[in-house]
Design a protein around this ligand. Structure first.
Ligand code: HEM
Length: 400
């Protein structure tokens, strides 16, 4: 127990966040579920995390939970914003919001993007092939690709993408594991306000000139009274932010894994049809979203640990992906392993709405990158962003 507490403290430090995996193992050695004090438990087991995510009696943070757990939360604008999104709603409101966004985010619309994604990726990779480098992969491909794709899907001018980047990054500070630093929350609040204003303007424009995009579909739902004005703006901000912070980090974390393993890189280059399996393994081994949380809605028991109603559960998706009870050789990159779904996109009612899109982007980008850059290699030591919940690189230098 003492060691589990020490592991939690380590995760709150820059060094701990740089390589959190040994600390997750220290937590796991205290059990797949460990209570670390009154009303707070950590879940590192695969089966237990899966159960918590699928069982509706474990609730996501919503306004009722926050009123109990964190009086005063309404003074934090970015938490207010989050509380309007599906991510922070339980059924029945979650079902309504998810259905509306899901109806606009159709499989047809995502599948139809494949050619556009390939064209966009090609445009970003061509100058690297021509120039040779060194360049920063995060700046040249990993960030611009997902943001251009989500902008196209939503109907947001891609020219604004450089304006979004710092704001989207700041806004995710409100979702971080040890969120609460007033300065960071201040940045998240300011970013949320800027983005909300941006979408209010864009909605007004789309109302005058509807298009074949998600914003126009959601506006139609708003006109029927199925989604309120503030809810609509909150969801557009959510889709924009969720749509690229995470996918950017899948591309960066995934490429770093390949550069560290030249034999795997060569194999994927020779057999691009393996891309889907490689990407699932990247998602399992170093997931962009490491952690989520739930609250016990009632007294319950999980892996023999008694949880009182109201207990907060930190669900470590990244640790679940390395649970030795579920995955053999869990720390190794083995794309041929029998496919067990990792929990890197979550599970249950809140399963990632954008998973097909994120997978499509990575499945298109990696084979293209390896084909177009036959001499692709690392050009220096990459630097990590100092985050725990959203894990990714700040810089990843490459040459072609
Ligand atoms: C590799 C990329 C991505 C990863 C790793 C990821 C991960 C996740 C995870 C773990 C959750 C569940 C959170 C929970 O249950 O507490 C989630 C939910 C969500 N994701 Fe993603 N995501 C990715 C890409 C995307 C994209 C591209 C979009 C949209 C364009 C998106 C939109 C959403 C939304 C709207 C939710 C909330 C779903 C709900 O509450 O019902 N995500 N994502």
């Amino acid at each position: 127990m003492q060691d589990a507490l020490a592991a939690m403290q380590a995760l709150a430090t820059t060094e701990g966040r740089a390589d959190p995996y040994p600390h997750y193992e220290r937590l796991r050695s205290a059990g797949p579920v460990v209570e670390l004090g009154e009303g707070f438990a950590v879940v590192t087991g695969y089966a237990e995390a899966d159960q918590v995510l699928r069982d509706a009696s474990f609730r996501v943070t919503d306004a009722a939970v926050l009123d109990r757990a964190l009086p005063g939360w309404r003074d934090v604008a970015s938490w207010q914003w989050l509380s309007r999104t599906m991510l922070w709603h339980n059924a029945p409101d979650h079902t309504r919001l998810r259905r509306l966004a899901g109806a606009a985010f159709t499989a047809r619309r995502v599948a139809a993007l494949r050619a556009d994604v390939a064209a966009l990726a090609g445009e970003l990779i061509a100058p690297i092939a021509a120039g040779g480098g060194p360049v920063d992969f995060m700046d040249t491909v990993a960030y611009p690709l997902p943001v251009s794709v989500i902008c196209a899907l939503l109907g947001v001018p891609a020219a604004d993408r450089d304006w979004f980047r710092p704001r989207a990054q700041d806004l995710t500070l409100a979702l971080e594991v040890f969120a609460g630093d007033p300065q960071e929350l201040g940045r998240a609040d300011a970013a949320g306000e800027d983005l909300a204003e941006y979408f209010v303007d864009l909605l007004a424009r789309r109302q005058r000139e509807p298009g074949d995009d998600m914003i126009s579909d959601l506006l139609a739902a708003g006109a029927d009274g199925r989604i309120g004005g503030a809810e609509l703006v909150a969801h557009l901000v959510l889709l924009l932010v969720a749509g690229f912070e995470t996918t950017t980090n899948l591309l960066g974390n995934g490429l770093a894994m390949l550069l560290d393993r030249p034999e795997q890189l060569a194999r994927l280059r020779a057999a691009p049809e393996l891309a889907a399996a490689y990407i699932e393994e990247m998602l399992r081994l170093d997931p962009p979203v490491q952690v989520t949380s739930r609250y016990a809605g009632q007294d319950s028991e999980l892996a023999g640990v008694r949880l009182r109603a109201g207990t907060e559960l930190m669900v470590v998706l990244a640790a679940a992906g390395r649970d030795p009870r579920r995955f053999t050789a869990p720390d190794s990159f083995l794309p041929d392993r029998p496919s067990v779904p990792s929990l890197s996109f979550g599970a249950g009612a809140h399963y990632c709405l954008g998973a097909p899109l994120a997978r499509l982007e990575a499945q298109v980008a990696f084979p293209l990158l390896l084909a177009e850059l036959p001499h692709l290699r690392s050009a220096g030591v990459p630097t990590r962003r100092d985050r725990l919940g959203f894990r990714g690189y700040a810089t990843l230098p490459i040459t072609a």
